[in-house]
Design a protein around this ligand. Structure first.
Ligand SMILES: Nc1ncnc2c1ncn2[C@@H]1O[C@H](COP(=O)(O)OP(=O)(O)OP(=O)(O)O)[C@@H](O)[C@H]1O
Ligand SMILES: [Mg+2]
Length: 424
């Protein structure tokens, strides 16, 4: 409770609701009775021990009554305080400045410096904690989400993803480029500072479905030993006006707490596609969310131990504003695998499988021309299923052939939607 509220309730109890007045009077009279009894007991001599004991019993009964009334009074007072408490504003702590001052950001994105009320435990206040603020003086009155991570709706936070580069086949060029443009600035920012250049502000992975974009983003975080925060674009498209923008703000705020980290906005097309003249409310809300993302990226220094990555398979429909300098200014293409890459990917996915000698992986790699990494993984899984169904001890050539036929049929059946159709 703030001082302001204390004063208000104080005034009210003086004039007071009827019950409170009664209990105050009863407390006064009980205290008076107790005082008199005590005096009497004190003035008695030892010859009157029987009466003394009786008085003492009476005294303890009076004390009991007094305690009950005091407790009731306290409860009433608390209820009254709760009723009197004005609605609180909600904000998030951005930074604790020490000396009882903190930077707060409210729901509409304004930041300001405020103080912490004496009634709030300082240890509950730290960056990221949601707090209740007094409406008048904006002083912090309550910590709302004590000690909890502000986990943002729909985001996936991995302290350090387990996916490593060794699980990725055939993308050496892409890995090399990401090591330089994402990993190095995270792990050795001083190298960039010394030379005086800035790493890319954001890296956009572009490639067909199933080529390993999500996989590789996780592997970069693993290699850089940092936290990985993934948000899928469509999760940022919210029903309520301003909600998407708030999520974006919270996403970047979370990143600041978790650094070093990588923010990965997967399937960014959901918010980053060009508007095609349709001017619906939903459309404007998506636009606002995008604007917030652009604002966060603009107000953001590379080398802050936070890297921003995104992925899309439709670079052709991405709004140019997103790929301007200072935003996603490095486009990295994740290609479909060639024969050699397909062989590497197959080798990764059969690592834990029992394979018969009859299987010629090189031949399979040659025959899977339009297969993506995800298709190849499915091929291996399907072949395994055939082996189980056919009661084979290991996956043989025949299982592989049947799996390939099955996948081809599915791929041809969904050609309109591209190779990804088979997974949809
Ligand atoms: N280069 C690769 N090496 C090994 N496995 C791969 C590779 N590419 C894809 N895979 C397999 O396919 C799965 C799906 O890949 P991933 O989700 O990373 O693709 P994506 O490019 O993000 O696809 P989308 O555009 O549909 O989101 C991975 O979990 C992995 O098992
Ligand atoms: Mg993906």
């Amino acid at each position: 409770m703030t001082e302001a509220i204390g004063k208000e309730t104080g005034q009210d109890t003086e004039e007071g609701p009827a019950e409170d007045k009664d209990s105050n009077m009863r407390i006064d009279s009980l205290e008076e009775e107790i005082r008199l009894l005590k005096n009497q007991i004190r003035s008695m001599d030892y010859s009157q021990s029987l009466e003394r004991d009786a008085y003492k019993r009476e005294l303890s009964a009076l004390y009991d009554e007094l305690n009950i009334i005091r407790r009731e009074k306290k409860n009433l007072q608390k209820q009254l305080d709760d009723i009197m408490q004005p609605p609180l504003l909600v904000g998030d702590v951005v930074e604790d400045l020490g000396n009882g001052e903190v930077i707060i950001r409210n729901g509409t994105g304004q930041s300001f410096i405020t103080t912490i009320s004496d009634s709030v435990d300082r240890v509950d206040i730290s960056a990221g904690v949601r707090v209740g603020l007094d409406k008048n003086n904006l002083c912090i009155i309550r910590a709302l989400s004590k000690g909890k991570d502000p986990i943002i709706m729909g985001s996936e936070v991995l302290e350090r993803p387990v996916t490593s580069y060794s699980e990725i086949g055939g993308l050496e060029g892409v890995i090399g480029e990401l090591k330089e443009s994402v990993e190095l600035p995270l792990t050795h920012p001083e190298l960039f500072k010394n030379i005086g250049i800035k790493p890319p502000s954001g890296v956009m992975l572009v490639g067909a479905p199933g080529t390993g974009k999500t996989l590789i983003a996780k592997a970069v975080a693993n290699s850089a030993k940092c936290t990985f925060i993934r948000m899928v674009g469509s999760e940022l498209v919210q029903k309520f006006i301003g909600e998407g923008g708030r999520l974006v703000r919270e996403l970047f705020q979370l990143a600041r707490e978790k650094r070093p980290c990588i923010i990965f906005i997967d399937e960014i097309d959901a918010i980053g596609a060009k508007r095609l003249g349709m001017d619906t409310t939903g459309d404007r809300e998506v636009q606002r969310t995008l604007m917030q993302l652009l604002a966060e990226m603009d107000g953001f220094q590379p080398l802050e131990n936070i890297a921003v990555m995104a992925a899309t398979n439709r670079i052709d429909i991405i709004d140019e504003a997103l790929i301007r300098p200072g935003r996603f200014d490095r486009i990295v293409e994740v290609p479909m695998p060639d024969t050699e890459a397909r062989l590497a990917i197959l080798k990764i996915h059969i690592r834990d499988m029992k394979l018969s000698r009859s299987v010629n992986l090189k031949a399979i790699a040659r025959e899977t021309e339009s297969f993506s990494g995800a298709d190849l993984r499915n091929l291996c899984t399907e072949a395994g299923m055939f082996a189980i169904r056919n009661r084979h001890r290991s996956v043989n050539k025949e299982d592989m052939r049947m799996a390939m036929e099955k996948l081809r049929a599915r791929m041809n059946g969904s050609q309109d939607s591209g190779p990804a159709g088979m997974f949809g």
